[in-house]
Design a protein around this ligand. Sequence first.
Ligand code: ADP
Length: 262
Amino acid sequence: ILDVHIAPYYSQGWQQRGAIIVLHDITAIRRLEKMRSEFVANVSHELKTPITSVKGFAETLLSGDVPDETTAKQFLQIIYDESERLNRLITDLLELSKIEKQAMPLKITEVNVNEIIHNSTQTISKFARDKNITLHMPDDSAGPVHVEADKDRLGQIVLNLVANAVNYTSDNGEIFINVEERTSKVVISVRDTGMGIPEESLDRLFERFYRVDKARSRHSGGTGLGLAIVKHLVESHDGKIFVKSVEGVGSTFTVELPKTQG
Ligand code: ADP
């Protein structure tokens, strides 16, 4: 997009000798404006969906038209679940905005990647067991793998990736977490035998609110912000994140972190 200004050009006296054309490329500004307004529209939509549901079920309960106690309980459960979703959404949004504003300085120390993976997957392993998914932990027989990172943030990266792997893998599947130490970097990968991601979605996966299947993601309680947060956190460590996936076969998310920061 070009912003065009044309002004007459006079050399000596009053006689016009030509024109000056100033072309200003405002593509980046427009793109930013568009992204911002899309984001606001997305947030509003994401907040409205659970609120509509909470309001509707609460109204029905208040009207006294509920046939029996079991149904009433089901409605209350929906209200509870949707409130939880709202809570998660707001927490994720605040988190993302803090990371983007760089209002959350990293607390860099030397950490053992294997230990972080063990700690951060503890809560998830229960959900994996419920789905009879086998969680293969990294082989730590070679001893600790050190990297300079923010312990909590790195835990959050791992947790998000493994939570997604559990969410998007059906019962009896497998998840493999691997750690590889190279000369100047550490490579962490999370591979699952889940539903996979269509090729045309791979480029957009790390965008805020992007989901391959909106219905399924909502059903699993997803906010659509997890991978956007992960990407920001990885990049704030000067790292990189990649995804490879084959639909119906599975996905691999790979995080590369430099061993030393700064
Ligand atoms: P969500 O809260 O919806 O899980 P994310 O940002 O974490 O949001 O992920 C974005 C989308 O990427 C998901 O909705 C899902 O469609 C897809 N996705 C993420 N991880 C996986 C995975 N391991 N296997 C298949 N699809 C995935």
